[in-house]
Design a protein around this ligand. Structure first.
Ligand code: PXP
Length: 253
């Protein structure tokens, strides 16, 4: 039997680290834990403003992935700077995403219908394929028919569907049928072309379930919720350990 793959996005471990300007929590340790416990790949987003993942994290996390024999998926905008970094690092996967400095997270998929944007994305794909031929490329896009058909004209290996709106509607208890129907139609277009069909953004244990039941996506990249939930899974253990340590030292007097 085949199952979908999980890419764990560890950007927000870096968010915590950067917030304090400390060396911890270590991003590479998060990569090791995720890969050792069943994640199929690590996803990191090197943003133009370096708000979480830093340049030095890219080779460090990549080394850990190589040590564990699993792929690194480097998310990035289509700028020349980022393409250069990808060509130098040669990750197993690059996921090209739209990027605006002022956004909190990646809002929406790449606009490849606009001809200027299309050319930028095309150049990024062509350059990566020319100078790092072993790197596979996915495009982070909305799952509409027109966008997915346009994707087929680019040198890519997969698309990652932006599930942000689906996840929002799930939380708001709205009807998910149109999203699921759309994903089924999208999967047909993409899989018939021999490309991978991935998903990501805003997913939680609960909102993942209907997608798993529908079984269209071969890979999910999930970050924010996994890191957030990990706080509660881990908090009790760490508090216990800290109290145990304190209780080894009775107060004097
Ligand atoms: N996939 C892509 C392309 C993304 O940009 C993001 C967010 O950085 C994710 C997946 C993960 O989204 P979330 O952190 O909401 O799970």
């Amino acid at each position: 039997m085949k199952f979908a793959r999980l890419g764990v996005n560890i950007d927000h471990v870096a968010t915590l680290r950067q917030q304090r300007g400390e060396y911890y929590p270590e991003v590479v340790r998060a990569a090791e834990v995720a890969l050792a416990t069943g994640a199929h790949q690590i996803t990191i987003h090197l943003r133009e403003d370096r708000r979480h993942i830093q340049d030095h994290d890219v080779p460090t996390v990549h080394e850990m992935c190589k040590k564990m024999g699993l792929p690194l998926n480097l998310e990035m905008g289509c700028s020349e700077e980022m393409v250069k970094i990808a060509i130098q690092e040669r990750p197993e996967w690059v996921c090209l995403v739209p990027e605006k400095r002022e956004e909190r997270t990646t809002e929406g998929g790449l606009d490849i219908i606009d001809s200027i944007n299309y050319e930028r994305v095309k150049k990024a794909c062509d350059d990566i394929k020319a100078f790092s031929p072993t790197t596979k490329i996915s495009l982070f896009v909305e799952g509409t028919e027109v966008v997915l058909k346009k994707c087929l004209s680019l040198k890519i290996d997969a698309v990652e569907i932006h599930t942000g709106e689906y996840a929002r509607d799930f939380l708001d208890k709205k009807d998910l049928t149109p999203h699921l129907a759309n994903y089924r139609q999208g999967a047909k277009i993409i899989k018939e072309a021999g490309l991978g069909f991935h998903a990501g953004h805003g997913l939680t244990f609960e909102s993942l379930a209907p997608l798993l039941e529908d079984a269209q996506f071969e890979e999910y990249n999930i970050g924010h919720w996994i890191i957030a939930e990990s706080v509660f899974i881990g908090l009790g253990h760490v508090v216990k350990e800290m109290v145990t340590l304190i209780n080894k030292y009775p107060l004097k007097g």
